[in-house]
Design a binder for this molecule. Structure first.
Ligand code: FE2
Length: 203
């Protein structure tokens, strides 16, 4: 659960690479396999894995700020390594509720991709390796994917009033997928994706 901050003072925080955490986080979100229903292509493998264990796919630690224009929320995202069939462990992916808000990511460790798309149909896939900064402009939904064998660690910063809209992606997925082929990540069209990814305003 997020704690909402009303007042804030300048602060610093440290990233603990060994324990994969932040100093004094305000929130810790844990996303498990069960939260990704319908997102992986191979439903029988997904269901089989879920029956055995509700594995943790990724975690997010945040340092919060008042959720108003002008403030920033930042934190650490950790996508664990693993696969569901040919697809890698990945985040749910989201638009920002305030669509015209951007986000900055900085890859600290690991190997991955950010898949992005707009409601208008533009898409992009950017590789993430340590010391790469990625700018996600406003209007672009984003999902990070760990294609490596260790944790994918990223620092992120976004406007504190942006909010998260998950329902659009939960309903339709992303236009593009990254799958493993001959031990390498490969970008493919999502065979289940049809029509336009209309932006839904409800959360
Ligand atoms: Fe975001």
């Amino acid at each position: 659960m997020k704690k909402k901050k009303n007042k804030i003072m300048p602060f610093t925080f440290k990233i603990d690479f060994t324990n994969r955490t932040l100093s004094n986080p305000d929130s810790h979100i844990i996303r498990k396999l069960s939260s990704m229903k319908g997102q992986y292509l191979d439903q029988s493998i997904y269901n089989g894995m879920l029956k055995k264990e509700d594995t943790v796919l990724y975690e997010v630690y945040e340092k919060l700020a008042p959720e108003i224009e002008g403030e920033l929320i930042q934190g650490l995202s950790i996508v664990h390594p693993g696969k569901v069939g040919r697809e890698y462990f990945m985040t749910k992916g989201h638009f920002h509720s305030v669509l015209e808000t951007a986000e900055l990511y900085f890859c600290l460790k690991g190997q991955g991709y950010m898949i992005m798309e707009t409601p208008e149909g533009d898409w992009s896939a950017e590789e993430l390796v340590p010391y790469t900064a990625l700018y996600v402009p406003g209007r672009w939904a984003h999902r990070s994917i760990n294609v490596g064998s260790e944790d994918l660690l990223m620092l992120f910063v976004y406007p504190a009033h942006a909010g998260h809209n998950y329902v659009t992606i939960e309903t339709k997925g992303f236009r593009k997928l990254i799958v493993e082929e001959n031990s390498n990540p490969k970008l493919i069209d999502n065979p289940r994706w049809k029509g336009k990814n209309e932006f839904k305003t409800s959360q």
